[in-house]
Design a protein around this ligand. Structure first.
Ligand code: ATP
Length: 455
């Protein structure tokens, strides 16, 4: 990424993503479906690897966190208790002249306008509409971002349901179930990966902001005394995860929320921001949510969600530290960080320098040509590699073009089968980053690949 113009990376990535099968606009043959995206053959592998990396760090390698997979449709009272029905809104500003709609904070100087709005001193009379230039922006109205639907055959108020706008609530309503079956003592966490839906006013920037996306969330339950320390600890853990996934530390920063910006129940909140091609933006939120969520669910459900502390003999509602990262946004950040170009004989070599554990394919097996003598051996080699690594096979076009194609989808290693291979039972391993090539016996290929991948 070193020498590239920042603005162009976003456009180049969007086109590469489509061309190579990472991401397609949803329902494209019908003209697209309003800021929803489909992940293609290599995109699904990449995103699955990102999710797997999160699950491994947050659940599998920890002795204090367990996972769940909650339903998307929940009891409507959940969203009253959580405050979403009342408060999950964005300030929507409409131009009285051209009827264009904006989110308040997206207008020029939007952050200052949002601060004024929260302090009830907003004045839009001198602000020009970014679309038509007229000064006719109406005062913001609160626009609820939740998608509404109906459960069962009758569309009345008794059958309203919401598509969840975050995964966290399934964790809170299962707190007692999980605590009882796992017999966990505080502090402990519950983690989940799943779809969330938000009727965003202005989606955009490729997969950065869409209306359907995935979240990877963890709620860590603790005593009030421990929670502030754990909040700091989780900030560090989450930062390390991003760096281990190839995000350079200088492209990451924390942005603490100002007190007037925080949700009323949050005692502390920070965004982990990444320098996207369009600027520094949040891709993870870490929040100290106090005991708000479990207390509200206790009140609304009538169920006592207090935790019994055997040591002190006390009952209390645990406090919560939450880490919440978008799987799609994290994937996009990883794509941005991996994108590189370097000059070569044919002009420019485009490489996605993914860490091997995230690469869609770890290995590509390539016969030097489609020659009928080579192909059977190449297919045998692929059959030997396939059970060990997510891998692919390609026999079309010249070998140089095929190397470039694998570079563009970030495959760390290519294995080339040539005519000499038929004689000496050896193949060439070519490394994506250095383009160095070594020859190894087919019998030792899988071990060699494993060593190079650090797998
Ligand atoms: P933003 O300010 O960008 O709207 P947010 O503060 O509303 O985000 P949270 O509610 O904290 O976001 O959600 C946690 C994470 O979920 C975000 O950091 C982001 O990675 C992801 N996320 C939220 N909204 C979207 C969206 N519309 N599209 C893709 N990912 C999203």
């Amino acid at each position: 990424m070193k020498t590239l113009a920042k603005e162009s990376i976003g456009e180049k990535l969007t086109s590469l993503a489509k061309r190579r099968g990472f991401v397609f606009p949803s329902s494209e043959i019908y003209g697209g479906a309003g800021a929803t995206w489909d992940f293609g053959p290599v995109g699904v592998e990449l995103k699955n690897n990102v999710k797997q990396s999160w699950w491994r760090t947050m659940v599998q390698l920890r002795d204090d966190v367990v996972g769940i997979d909650g339903a998307i449709l929940m009891h409507p009272r959940v969203w009253e208790a959580s405050g979403h029905v009342e408060n999950f809104t964005d300030p929507l500003v409409e131009c009285g002249n051209c009827r264009h709609r904006f989110r308040l904070d997206e207008l020029p100087d939007g952050d200052a306008l949002a601060t004024d709005w929260r302090a009830s001193r907003l004045d839009l009379s001198t602000v020009a509409c970014p679309n038509c230039g007229q000064r006719r922006l109406a005062d913001p109205r609160r626009f609820n971002l939740m998608f509404k639907t109906f459960v069962g055959p009758v569309e009345d108020s008794a059958s309203v349901a919401w598509l969840r706008p975050e995964t966290a609530q399934a964790i809170f309503v299962n707190f007692e179930n999980v605590q009882q079956v796992t017999r966990r003592k505080l502090p402990f966490g519950i983690a989940q990966i799943g779809k969330a839906f938000r009727n965003e006013i202005t989606p955009g920037n490729f997969i950065f902001r869409s209306r359907e996306f995935e979240q990877m969330e963890m709620q860590y339950f603790a005593t009030a005394a421990d929670a502030p320390r754990l909040y700091d600890e989780w900030k560090r853990i989450r930062q390390t995860w991003h760096v281990e996934n190839g995000i350079p530390p200088e492209k990451l920063r924390f942005r603490d929320h100002a007190p007037d910006e925080r949700a009323h129940y949050a005692a502390a909140a920070t965004d982990i921001e990444f320098e996207f091609p369009f600027g520094w933006k949040e891709f993870e939120g870490i929040h100290y949510r106090t005991d708000y969520d479990l207390r509200r669910h206790s009140e609304f459900s009538g169920k006592d969600l207090r935790y019994f502390d055997e040591a002190s003999g006390e009952r209390f509602i645990p406090h919560v530290v939450e880490t919440s990262v978008g799987a799609d946004r994290a994937t996009y950040a990883i794509l941005c960080a991996a994108y590189d170009e370097e000059p070569d004989k044919e002009g420019v070599r485009v490489v996605l320098r993914f860490k091997p554990h995230l690469a869609p394919y770890k290995v590509a097996v390539l016969p030097l040509s489609k020659n009928e003598k080579l192909v059977p051996l190449a297919r045998d080699v692929w059959a030997a590699v396939r059970p060990a690594f997510m891998s692919t096979y390609d026999e079309t076009q010249a070998i140089g073009r095929r190397y470039r194609r694998q570079d563009e989808i970030g495959t760390p290693l290519c294995v080339t089968v040539d005519f000499q291979s038929i004689e000496d039972r050896q193949v060439t391993i070519r490394e994506r980053d250095s383009m160095a090539q070594i020859r190894v016996p087919i019998a030792e290929l899988v071990d060699n690949l494993r060593e190079k991948l650090g797998a």
